[in-house]
Design a protein around this ligand. Structure first.
Ligand SMILES: [Zn+2]
Length: 150
């Protein structure tokens, strides 16, 4: 339900778990065990399992729209800035990779026009500034502006 938000938060550098569909009790237990904030669109979880001793912090995401979702998280203080990006697919930390090392993973045009690459050794994915996080950062800045105006 919040898969797009999870991918965005990972690219912003936040450690985000996106579990398979599961029971509310299991989601709460996992968030508690892993010390995570639980983001949900499910009002039932936030009403039933909200602030109580031992429960994880639950934030009910109010909107279906990604910029409003990010603005809400900026407004709560949980998202404050861009950190080192994580893999949007699997949440692993990314490692810098030189063009020579990336040559067998990328098309020639990309290699010829980019010089900074990040590699996910967990899922064998390469990101580069030109088409990924530079555009991504620019496209997500409105969330910070929205939160400031709210
Ligand atoms: Zn990955």
């Amino acid at each position: 339900m919040l898969g797009r938000l999870a991918r965005y938060l990972r690219l912003m550098g936040y450690d985000v778990s996106y579990p398979q569909a599961s029971s509310d009790a299991r989601l709460i237990a996992t968030a508690r065990t892993e010390g995570r904030v639980l983001l949900t669109r499910d009002r039932g979880i936030s009403l039933r399992d909200g602030p109580r001793a031992g429960n994880p912090i639950v934030i009910e995401i109010a909107s279906d729209e990604i910029m409003s979702q990010l603005a809400q998280l900026v407004g709560t203080g949980w998202v404050t800035r861009f950190l080192e990006p994580r893999c949007s697919l699997c949440n692993a930390r990314l490692e810098p990779m030189g063009g020579w090392e990336a040559r067998h993973l990328l098309p020639p045009f990309t290699l010829a026009t980019q010089c900074l690459f990040l590699y996910c050794s967990s899922c064998n994915t390469v990101l580069w500034e030109g088409s990924h996080w530079k555009h991504f950062r620019e496209s997500t800045m409105p969330a910070f502006d929205l939160a400031r105006k709210a």
